[in-house]
Design a protein around this ligand. Structure first.
Ligand code: AMP
Ligand code: ZN
Length: 473
């Protein structure tokens, strides 16, 4: 498998540290609010990478953190007059609600900064011991950026250029404008932790990821990922801290997703041009959002628009329709073996699996992988409508292939119609309509069909019987 590596600026063949295993770390949300569609992009796409590795037989150890203590969490807590922990707890719970809706698996671990304080304090202490960090006059601890000669290797900027953009902020007492905080001395009323170097305080943002990746995955990991905006300074700083503290490479592959835009501008909380996943899901459904994300390669920009969501909603229905048609036909079909024509057809369908794998192996190209799935759908649909007597064996194999590929993407896997409270009523109406048709009372049969349509049920008469299709009302 090839992955585009920000560090080398090319697609590199993925070679894991330990054969058959993947150690992945992805930067998670700061939990002071619901997350928006832009934030959802890395959460969905790097979860998909994990799923794909698992599909290919790797054992994946995937860590995604929760930043549960920082300025934004504290500000929100002060606004509401509650403890910072109340805010963090609330939005961690809400994260899981949206993540589950979007079909994101729980990571192997979701550590929180406040629960990793020992490891954070330990790495800061090691940086102090080695002279890569210092305690400033105001009690903050800063990383001595110039002590790491390779600084800038991820964002591919020479030190001098980065230096030109560096500033010393109000209240900061750094030796050099390039230095950044690894520990912040407590301000009155703020949550604070004791340290061996004497300043009570809380961690800077960058250090928590260095500490967590190291604690849960080891000094060197395979893959580190996040959004494009994190390359500099967040990931550049993580590299500097980790490599200075541990004396070895931090991550072999650095993956970054492109921006989710709206009117071609980056969606962000600070600009106010965002849609919460929660709200968009009410309008389009969570799975449509997932489909929309997967419709583009994770590194390309992706623009959010109602038209695009509607289009993806329709694409998703095509997947469900194909699955439901196959399942309907499997129930009715006979034939435990395939005829010669079916054998040839199945062989050709298998070609789409290879196409799918080739696309995913090429830097997780979900756009092409989805095209392979839709070509498969078109062929299956075409074959089923041209042949009334397809064998159960062929249908089961085609269905298995469809479920395997869509299963990797975690699309069209839902079975919520089984829990349809109208199920009995629908079956009764269908039976009444069949009886009316038999009695040649076509007006009554049409009336019942309209009642069903009202309930979001479309019926189709086929040679195998009445086919029921539920559409969202
Ligand atoms: P935050 O909670 O702001 O730290 O963001 C969590 C994740 O979302 C990070 O990996 C960000 O890079 C990513 N992210 C934020 N905004 C966008 C966007 N508009 N498009 C893509 N990724 C984003
Ligand atoms: Zn991070």
């Amino acid at each position: 498998m090839k992955l585009y590596n920000t560090l080398t600026r090319q697609k590199d063949e993925f070679i894991p540290l330990v054969p058959g295993q993947v150690k992945m770390y992805s930067c998670g949300p700061t939990v002071y609010n619901y997350f928006h569609i832009g934030n959802a992009r890395p959460f969905i796409m790097f979860d998909l990478l994990r799923r794909y590795f698992e599909y290919r037989g790797y054992q994946v150890n995937f860590v995604q953190n929760f930043t549960d203590i920082d300025d934004k969490v504290i500000t929100k807590a002060n606004e509401e007059g509650v403890d910072f922990n109340t805010i963090a707890e609330r939005y961690i719970k809400e994260y899981y609600v949206d993540a589950e809706g979007l079909g994101i698996k729980r990571a192997t671990m979701h550590p929180r900064a406040t629960e990793t304080m020992d490891a954070i304090i330990d790495i800061v202490q090691r940086l102090l011991d080695k002279g890569h960090a210092y305690v400033a006059e105001n009690g903050d601890v800063y990383f001595r950026t110039k002590s790491f000669a390779e600084y800038g290797k991820l964002c591919h900027q020479p030190m001098e250029e980065l230096q030109a953009g560096a500033r010393i902020g109000v209240g900061e007492t750094k030796e050099d404008p390039m230095d950044f905080a690894v520990w912040k001395a407590a301000k009155p009323g703020e949550p604070a932790w004791d340290t061996p170097w004497g300043t009570k305080g809380r961690p800077g943002w960058h250090i928590e990821c260095s500490a967590m990746a190291c604690k849960y995955l080891g000094d060197t990991i395979d893959i580190h990922s996040g959004g494009l905006d994190l390359i500099f300074p967040h990931h550049e700083n993580e590299i500097a801290q980790s490599e200075c503290a541990n004396g070895c490479t931090f991550a072999n592959y650095w993956l970054h997703n492109g921006f989710l835009t709206i009117d071609n501008e980056k969606m962000s909380k600070s600009k106010g041009n965002f849609f919460m996943v929660r709200d968009a899901a009410k309008e389009f459904g969570y799975e449509t959002i997932r489909m929309f994300m997967l419709s583009a390669h994770y590194r390309s920009p992706l623009n959010y628009s109602v038209e695009s969501l509607e289009m993806n909603k329709a694409s998703l229905s095509r997947l469900y329709e194909c699955r439901n048609n196959m399942e309907f036909r499997i129930e009715k079909a006979a034939g435990d073996s395939m005829n010669a024509e079916e054998n040839v057809k199945l062989e050709s369908l298998m070609g789409y699996k290879q196409k799918f794998i080739d696309a995913m192996d090429d830097d997780m190209n979900t756009a092409d992988a989805l095209s392979a799935v839709f070509e498969l759908v078109r062929e299956i649909n075409g074959y089923m409508s041209a042949h009334d007597d397809v064998s159960k064996a062929f249908l089961t194999a085609a269905h298995g292939l469809f479920m395997e590929l869509t299963g990797v993407l975690n699309l069209a896997q839902k079975r919520d119609e089984a829990a349809d409270p109208d199920e009995d009523k629908i079956n009764e109406l269908v039976a009444q309509r069949t009886a009316a048709k038999k009695a040649k009372d076509f007006a009554e049969a049409d009336r019942i069909r309209d009642v069903l349509a009202e309930m979001g049920v479309i019926i189709k008469d086929t040679r195998q019987g009445v086919q029921i299709q539920r559409v969202k009302k």
